[in-house]
Design a protein around this ligand. Structure first.
Ligand code: PEP
Ligand code: MN
Length: 337
């Protein structure tokens, strides 16, 4: 349920509403807009069903949200959420780009990548320091040493850092270096991890699970938001279908679906979405045209020797071309320069 407070309601009306909700063993999530406050009621469905709030002073109306996900839904918040990451806006009028290697391999590789992607106009440096690999014998990442390199290379080039957190144990460490915490596709339904990352005090980018429906994905985001994190970014990275030519099937209809169902921003990963370098550019263009708020793209200075995902990584020169195309599409459709 959401409780919409009247524009002229007072602080004591709000306090009264909150204490009534809490007295039933339920919790609240406040969304304070410029003209009105909205109170989201969170907790046991049966207890919410018993709540009668519409007659309280200062309450304009109550809306029973039919879906299980509430905080992430458009019903809860009509306007798009814009997430400010140290001055970079995600979900605003300009699409943002996160770029860099699949994995942090060395300072040299990372610095070269960061310099190239910054020069081409990206705002974020990506790169895994903890890698969730299908085989335990594949390169697993440089762990904290890799995080330090990410911070250093990003700072040297005026970039923000987005990197994956694979387990609860490493959240604090990753959060101390990264600007945005990435939850990988394989962990989208690791509910304990989602809850704990929601308490880390950093924006979270939630990748869609390999076999997740859009509703499951929305519910995963709800786990993060229900722990107090308002800054969640969806990332469509392709789902598993019967198709084998591409590594995954990039579901661009998810961009439109998320825009209908949620107020949160969504970015698209055409690298994992296709698994093929040649397909990154067309899918990046299509994603921006479909309304995505940004892209995350793998870029490696020497893809042929990359320790992971070389076949889908762009060279810095390819990436520059993609950036130019994205700018053109964004300005055509949304009118920015
Ligand atoms: C990645 O972004 O490096 C990654 C592992 O992606 P995904 O979780 O989407 O497979
Ligand atoms: Mn990768």
């Amino acid at each position: 349920m959401i409780i919409v407070m009247a524009p002229n309601s007072t602080q004591s009306d709000l306090d009264n509403v909150i204490s009534k909700v809490k007295s039933q063993g339920l919790d609240v999530h406040l969304s304070q807009g410029t003209s009105r406050t909205i109170v989201g009621v969170i907790g046991d469905k049966a207890a919410i069903g018993q709540l009668e709030m519409q007659h309280l002073s200062g309450v304009e109306k109550t809306v029973r949200i039919t879906e299980k996900y509430k905080l992430v839904s458009r019903e809860f918040k009509r306007n798009n959420t814009v997430i400010n990451v140290g001055g970079v806006e995600i979900g605003g009028s300009k699409p943002i780009v996160m770029a860099g290697p699949c994995a942090v391999e060395s300072m040299e590789q990372l610095m070269e990548s960061a310099t190239a992607v910054a020069k081409a106009g990206a705002q974020f440096l990506r790169g895994g320091a903890f890698k969730p690999r299908t085989s335990p014998y594949d390169f697993q990442g440089l762990a904290e040493q890799g995080l330090k390199m990410l911070r250093e290379a990003a700072d040297a080039n005026g970039l923000k850092v987005v990197t994956e957190v694979v387990d609860q144990r490493s959240i604090e460490t990753v959060a101390s270096y990264a600007d945005v915490l990435q939850i990988g596709a394989r962990n989208m339904q690791n509910f304990q991890l989602l809850k704990e990352v929601g308490r880390a005090g950093k924006p979270v980018m939630l990748k869609r699970g390999l076999c997740a429906t859009i509703k499951e994905w929305l519910n995963a985001a709800e786990y993060i938001m229900s722990e107090g994190c308002d800054d969640v970014i969806f990332c469509e990275r392709g789902i598993r279908t019967y198709e084998t030519y591409t590594r995954n099937t990039l579901d661009l209809s998810a961009v439109a679906a998320i825009k209908e169902l949620s107020h949160l921003p969504i970015v698209v990963d055409p690298s994992h979405g296709t698994g093929r370098r040649s397909m990154v550019r067309p899918m990046a263009i299509a994603a921006i045209a479909a309304g995505a708020d940004g892209l995350i793209i793998e870029v490696h200075p020497h893809p042929e020797v990359a320790l992971s995902d070389g076949e889908q990584s762009l060279t810095p020169a390819d990436f520059e071309e993609v950036m130019a195309d994205i700018k053109r599409v964004a300005s055509l459709l949304r009118g920015e320069d």
